[in-house]
Design a protein around this ligand. Structure first.
Ligand SMILES: *Cc1c(COP(=O)(O)O)cnc(C)c1O
Length: 421
């Protein structure tokens, strides 16, 4: 393969030597993207899992426009503003009961870093230092050093291995092997006095859309409680309706000690993240002693325009219509995926809420297998934005997607199997 022209822009997760022309997008509307060369693409992965209601959702767009002309940035230490106050109040109202404080940041990775610092800071400040973190195999929590440390080790972070801190990994609770996961967690909690356990509730996203049931999530929370290990729910991907409920933890009827939300927090319009925590974690930092301050900030903490977008998103979630859309998409997805269960070319056909995934059987599995880029190129030619994780094809559409759109998406998946399997 000849080397392509070097790009001035260094794109994320992109091997420029193999990448063809970047598709230029001029406009987004609902589930559709419009390209510079006159095509309409169906966004079947919500632009990397962030766009929930649809591109350029009018209520969110007008909130952004209004806020941008009023106050578009303010230092957030010593100062506050209505959009942030409103977002915090609504998050505490709509989130799991028992979370009392909201810390703002800018991305999912940062919300995870904040969660880890809150947890370690808590143990430090109560005079019982604990620093070890327990994680689940195949997890993904972001690409900053701390977030990589608690995520799966592999080709993505091999070069940076020496910078990553050591963690204890428990196995993914694969079907009929759930007890091994629970036993490993119990043993780690008993024997290693960890500070925290961090987990993606119900679905491990980037690790391959691996799904596990709510009862396992509930049991893991119980085990952590028994050893006072802080339970961090990374709902960066699972939040905002993806799993069928507003947050995945609802299905297990649990309140994590710390929760991370980002991606769909602004409906996918602007970058923003939050880390929510229980009162005792905040209280451990609450002191006349300045050394107990939670030492974390980013320049754009709680940016007012991003907060206005989040407030508009939260407005939409207060309205039953968003929940009806989620239920409708979950039902349509259930129907759409059904025929693939009997298709011998696919394995592990699965769904949680609005997300479906299936593995194309291939002699060449794994994330870096050539089948991934081949599938993606096939879908691009079909005007579908799908980005398989290796041989795992998943569909995570915005909630405005129609049955007709889904028909086109799954016809594309079927035809890809015909062409490439
Ligand atoms: C995407 C993701 C992150 C990282 O979020 P960024 O905004 O990309 O930094 C963290 N955790 C999970 C579960 C994610 O899916």
């Amino acid at each position: 393969m000849t080397l392509k022209k070097r790009s001035a822009i260094w794109h994320p997760f992109t091997q420029h030597a193999l990448q063809g022309e970047m598709t230029k997008i001029l406009r987004g509307d609902g589930a559709y993207l419009y390209t510079a060369d006159g095509r309409r693409i169906i966004d079947a992965i919500s632009s990397w899992w962030v766009v929930t209601h649809g591109h350029c959702q009018p209520h969110i767009v007008s909130a952004i426009q209004e806020q941008a002309g009023k106050l578009n940035q303010i230092i957030f230490a010593g100062y506050t503003h209505d959009p942030a106050e409103e977002v915090a109040a609504l998050l505490l109202k709509l989130g799991p009961p028992g979370l009392d404080h909201v810390f703002f940041s800018d991305s999912g990775s940062t919300s995870v870093e904040v969660a880890l610092k809150m947890a370690i800071g808590y143990w430090n400040n109560i005079g019982e230092p604990r620093t070890r973190v327990v994680v689940m195999q195949h997890s993904y929590h972001g690409d900053t050093i701390g977030a990589m440390s608690v995520g799966a080790r592999g080709v993505f972070n091999e070069a940076y291995g020496p910078l990553l801190f050591d963690v204890t990994a428990i196995p993914f609770p694969a079907e009929s092997r759930e007890q091994a996961t629970l036993d490993a967690l119990a043993s780690a909690c008993r024997n290693e006095s960890p500070a925290a356990f961090i987990v993606e509730p119900l679905i491990l996203g980037a690790g391959g859309m691996l799904m596990y049931p709510a009862w396992v999530l509930r049991q893991m929370k119980r085990i952590c409680e028994a050893s006072r290990v802080l339970f961090i729910a990374d709902e960066v991907m699972t939040g905002w309706g993806r799993t069928g409920t507003l947050f995945a933890c609802e299905q297990a009827n649990i309140t994590p000690d710390i929760a991370c939300y980002s991606k769909g927090l602004t409906g996918g319009a602007l970058p923003l993240a939050v880390t929510l925590c229980r009162a005792d974690i905040f209280d451990a930092h609450y002191s006349k002693d300045r050394t107990r301050t939670f030492f974390h900030s980013s320049s754009y903490t709680a940016n007012p325009v991003a907060c206005a977008a989040a407030k508009a998103n939260l407005d939409l979630w207060q309205d039953q219509e968003s929940r009806r859309r989620v239920a409708a998409v979950a039902t349509m997805q259930a129907h759409a995926i059904e025929p693939f269960r009997a298709d011998p070319r696919f394995a592990n056909v699965r769904r949680t809420g609005t997300i479906t995934a299936l593995d194309l059987k291939t002699s060449d599995p794994g994330y870096l297998a050539n089948i991934g880029p081949k599938l993606q190129a096939f879908f691009e030619r079909r005007n579908l934005l799908l980005r398989p994780l290796g041989n795992t094809i998943y569909v995570m559409p915005p909630y405005c997607v129609t049955a007709v759109d889904l028909d086109q998406i799954y016809a594309g998946v079927r035809d890809a199997a015909d062409a490439l399997a």
